[in-house]
Write a new protein. Structure first.
Length: 436
């Protein structure tokens, strides 16, 4: 069947069920009530103002929520007109009900604090479009609470998807597919979302919480503004070409030589690399331009938040045909899974607003066996440096908390990588890690 046929089957199924959906004669649909307490418990954890219920049916969850939190605003959307018709009979205050497709949510960007989806997701023939739509309509730091069917065993899920569900079509059911943990993780990653938790509760219930990055336009503005103000001194600080920059490094950074660290970091990359390298953030290319000039066989992509930084990088790298420069967000990298042989990040992670997303995305776009090579600030090595970062650099927008200690970072990396090198110099760390 094609997507339209699946959707037509679901509409036909729930048109028949609409009048009895919340009654004792609801049959198998009565099982949906098992999800409501867990969803309510999840919503109690954080305040919200605007909530969207995807696949809301006749509005049983909206009814419960409206009674519990009457001052909130709710929107329900369902593909089946009859379900919405029955829901509207309840005349719920502060509740808007819409006939529509959850794969193409008809709402403005950043409209909702929370999206819930209870026992509807397995009907969607294009699950990625649903996740993409959710990502768009959620506000920064907003959540998706997803309840559906799952099984731990991949073999049992295969039987459900390839035997049970096709048989269910013969009796008028519009089910499409059930999913496992990695399926949901991939859908989240592709939509720029973060899967915070995934559990199988009871016999076959999927309980998943997904988060949209807290990164906001204000944070972008702070970062770009800070680096615009520092563009004339940025390179001098890193390279210590001026007497005052040498004094600054000696007084506040334990005399650690950024030139030496850059040289060691770049030594992890062979000059004869013939694969793809992602450099994020590219900065001004003050340390990398000579290296990239020698890497004529490599396909190099340089990405940065700051157009001011990129403009200086273009002056250094513009003549290199194998180097592409673009402005973008490390938390939502516009590349396919496993695109790059090497991901390089020099002096970047201490500035990224959403470090979880940055670690997740750099891992995602790296090939298995590829190298993650980086250097950046870590806390806990020098009280003087930590005080400088906390009281000046972070407040100016050049650095963005939270920051890992060396121990925390090593533990984080070892979950997904084999560390070939991990060296701490003063309050800086540099490493080479191979993706397992």
């Amino acid at each position: 069947m094609n997507a339209k046929e699946y959707k037509d089957l679901s509409v036909k199924e729930f048109t028949k069920a609409a009048e009895v959906y919340e009654s004792d004669e609801a049959g198998i649909y009565k099982l949906c009530k098992q999800d409501y307490p867990d969803v309510l418990a999840e919503l109690e954890k954080e305040p919200f103002t605007d909530l969207l219920d995807c696949g809301c049916g006749t509005g049983p969850m909206l009814t419960l929520l409206n009674k519990k939190y009457p001052d909130k605003h709710y929107t329900g959307i369902d593909l089946t007109p009859k379900m919405i018709e029955v829901a509207k009979r309840k005349n719920m205050k502060n509740v808007e009900l819409v006939v529509g497709d959850c794969e193409k949510l008809p709402f403005a960007d950043n409209s909702f604090d929370v999206v819930i989806c209870c026992e509807s997701f397995h009907h969607y023939p294009d699950p990625q479009s649903f996740f993409n739509s959710v990502s768009r309509v959620l506000r920064p730091n907003g959540r998706l609470v997803l309840r559906d069917m799952t099984m731990d065993s991949a073999a049992i899920r295969w039987l459900c998807n390839n035997v049970e569900i096709p048989l269910a079509h013969l009796i008028g059911k519009g089910d499409f597919r059930i999913y496992g943990r990695e399926d949901i993780r991939k859908l989240c990653n592709n939509a720029g979302l973060h899967m915070e938790s995934f559990e199988k509760r009871g016999f076959c219930r999927l309980h998943c919480v997904v988060r949209k990055s807290a990164e906001s336009a204000e944070q972008y503005t702070n970062i770009t503004s800070s680096y615009r103000q520092s563009r004339d001194i940025y390179d001098d600080v890193l390279t210590q070409d001026k007497w005052w920059s040498k004094l600054y490094i000696r007084l506040f950074w334990s005399g650690v030589d950024d030139n030496m660290i850059a040289e060691k970091v770049l030594s992890f990359i062979p000059d004869d690399l013939s694969g793809k390298l992602l450099d994020v953030p590219a900065g001004t290319a003050v340390f990398t331009h000579k290296k990239y000039s020698a890497m004529q066989s490599a396909d190099i992509t340089c990405l940065d938040y700051s157009e001011d930084m990129l403009s200086q990088a273009r002056e250094r790298l513009g003549s290199l045909e194998n180097v592409k420069l673009s402005q973008g967000d490390v938390g939502k990298l516009p590349y396919e899974n496993g695109t790059f042989d090497i991901v390089l990040s020099m002096n970047g992670f201490h500035a990224f607003p959403d470090k979880k997303a940055a670690f997740r995305e750099t891992f995602r776009v790296l090939k298995k066996g590829g190298k993650f090579i980086a250097c950046f600030y870590i806390r806990g090595e020098s009280k003087v440096t930590d005080s400088l970062v906390r009281n000046i650099l972070a407040k100016k927008g050049w650095f963005t908390p939270p920051f890992d200690t060396a121990k925390m970072l090593k533990k984080r990396l070892e979950k997904a990588y084999d560390l070939t090198d991990f060296i701490v110099e003063g309050s800086m760390v540099y490493f080479c890690a191979v993706k397992r």
